[in-house]
Ligand binder design. Structure first.
Ligand SMILES: NC(=O)N[C@H]1NC(=O)NC1=O
Length: 173
């Protein structure tokens, strides 16, 4: 898909296509549409990230809370978004053994209890062992630092999702 196509989209089409660049936050795509035209992927992405950065802390935490747990209940129930399912699968999180699943569930629960939002990490850039290691490491970080780290991961996920959409075969759309 090229930028001319993106810039020609009406509001509904734009939100349909880009509504899950930030997991379960179509409001962000809705706001970004007002900033068109976009010159390239970098500029489009900049608007998504600027929206996140401009939110108060409660809004930034809200974005994190829209993310499903890694290898959590939604994955077991089959209710993940298509993007999240693919990302978690690529990190091997959809085929965990019972022991790893249990360990991840325990650490996820501890993380949520400490910070008040779920552990978020760009699964496509990781694997099963690294997820467990990172989760154990980040559990010990100070809350203000951890909020910044988690939002950085949201941006990595958004970057990969945008690249999938814009650098893909135009015949897909
Ligand atoms: N909890 C969490 O990190 N979830 C996200 N990570 C990712 O790569 N896709 C997601 O849905």
């Amino acid at each position: 898909m090229d930028m001319a196509k993106v810039n020609s989209m009406d509001f509904g089409e734009f939100v349909d296509v880009f509504g899950n660049v930030i997991e379960r936050c179509p409001l962000i795509a809705a706001a970004v549409w007002s900033q068109r035209p976009f010159s390239d992927l970098e500029e489009l992405e900049k608007h998504f990230f600027a929206f996140i950065d401009a939110l108060p802390q409660s809004g930034q935490e809200g974005i994190l809370r829209c993310h499903p747990d890694l290898a959590g209940r939604e994955q077991q129930q089959g209710t993940l978004t298509a993007e999240s399912q693919r990302e978690q699968s690529s990190a091997g999180l959809t085929s965990l053994g019972a022991e790893d699943r249990q360990r991840l569930a325990e650490l996820n629960a501890q993380y949520r209890a400490r910070f008040g939002f779920p552990f978020v990490l760009a699964a496509r850039l990781s694997d099963r062992a690294a997820v467990l290691r990172e989760l154990a490491r980040r559990l010990r970080c100070p809350p203000a630092h951890e909020l910044r780290t988690a939002l950085g991961e949201v941006k990595k996920i958004g970057h990969l999702r945008l690249a999938d959409l814009l650098l893909s075969d135009p015949a897909r759309l």
